[in-house]
Design a protein around this ligand. Sequence first.
Ligand code: FAD
Length: 539
Amino acid sequence: MGERNRHDVLIIGSGAAGLAAALHLAPYAKIAVLSKDELDSGSTDWAQGGIAAVTDPADSEYEHVQDTLHAGAGLCREKTVWHVVCHAREAIAQLIRWGVAFDRDGNDFHLTQEGGHSFRRVLHVADATGRAVSSNLIREARGAANIETFANHVAIDLVTTAKLGGATNRCVGAYVYNQQTDHVEVFEAPCVILATGGASKVYLYTSNPDGSTGDGIAMAWRAGCRVANMEFNQFHPTCLFHPHAKSFLITEAVRGEGGVLLLPDGERFMPKFDARAELAPRDVVARAIDHEMKRLGADCVYLDISHKPSALIKKHFPNIFATCASLGIDITREPIPVVPAAHYTCGGVVVDLNGGTDIPGLYAIGEASFTGLHGANRLASNSLLECLVYGKAAADHIRTQLPAATSTTPIPDWDESRVKDSDEDVVISHNWHELRQFMWDYVGIVRTDKRLERAMHRIELLKREVHEYYSNYRVGGDLIELRNLIHVADLIVRSARARRESRGLHYTLDHPQLRADARDTVLYPSFADPLDVLRPVAG
Ligand SMILES: Cc1cc2nc3c(=O)[nH]c(=O)nc-3n(C[C@H](O)[C@H](O)[C@H](O)COP(=O)(O)OP(=O)(O)OC[C@H]3O[C@@H](n4cnc5c(N)ncnc54)[C@H](O)[C@@H]3O)c2cc1C
């Protein structure tokens, strides 16, 4: 039998969102923070560019809001955008108190400008901002008396009073698989925060770490929360394509310095797609690469910077040069094989301005949530900001709830009486690969009705097969993730089928036009066919 743990707040996820919430709550409550792997294994640690915030007096919050709305292609919730943008300076000041040393230019911050921003407003720590954020937050959390961290603990499902047969509904904890003991533990808490990150691992190629399997989104959906805008998946155009390289991004700066994109036969192709050629926006470049790869049946295209002086390449791109060299690619002499890669999940669990979900006691923050900040396309460097602002907002709200929020409903132990050890792990590895391959081929950068329908049929089969497997065998980390990935894939396909237009990151050849009315795709778990319930989110 697994252990039982009881805290005031259970936070599932140790990235920027989860740890920010934990640190804000630490003076007031006893907190558990879970991580599937090590505490720094989420996307936060991998973030490169930085965090957007208005700190230059010549810049303005109005401009930051306008840039965000423009990127979001008509679907941002304006109230959310103002909320996040206006809390940015406070979030940065707090990060500095927690020890993050942003790059400086004299007394001022050193600011960079990224695509879509009309002003230099991105604070950074060299090209490894995420590492600086993650390491400082982890150090602070380890030093806080009230925060208990649980690495290698994988949440399986949320427990709600409704599921336990209660008359009212409230989230009261979660079942959690301890990867070290191989047991399922009970975590009880009157307030639970999902801070589980995105779901980009549902695609064959991704810039994200392995754990980005959309666990929080799938858990919230199964528990009865609305999920919105899952069709908006942001793809980074150039990720290194090599059998031994996983998720290595080739920064846009390579194209900025004159790098050109080539087909396998050496032909340059971007000029025929956009007058800005390689300097077109990310989604345009990603779509062009996808088009050429599908047309030729090619595994990758090539990014060539070798016509520039070798010294310049090594000076500007030391990290890329070294990584490629370690794989036998000399970028000063030959082109780099690249593919687009799933990078960011714009949709997620529907929340209010406090991060509160449809279920009392349950919050969702960071990339797992749908706040309305990103709309149909994320503005660069707004995501870490969203994690920090909503981490604090959820903590502030929970503080006001805690004295009253005491659960009296005990969670029963995890029942393993009817399951046995798996003798067929191939089911997991096969389905894991199959899912990510067809999601890439049919539900990727360019979609059609037919491709989405094909994906839907396959998801139905996988859902049945994995459900049967889950019902008969003991759980393990891979099975938990696969089950979640299939649910997330299902949500993406349902959302993509419901959107009969091309907007922001959702591009379909069958509906290339933009509809006059911009609406969120909100899926309601209690309805039999969510395709019938395309509705705007209130608030
Ligand atoms: C390569 C790369 C570069 C990026 N660059 C930038 C940038 O420059 N600026 C920017 O703003 N954004 C950037 N992003 C996006 C940004 O990093 C993420 O959106 C953000 O870090 C997400 O933070 P999070 O706290 O929501 O989740 P994450 O940091 O992904 O953390 C998720 C946590 O949840 C845990 N978890 C997940 N499922 C479970 C489960 N079932 N049980 C227990 N724990 C679980 C994980 O172990 C992990 O601890 C980048 C992303 C990538 C991949």
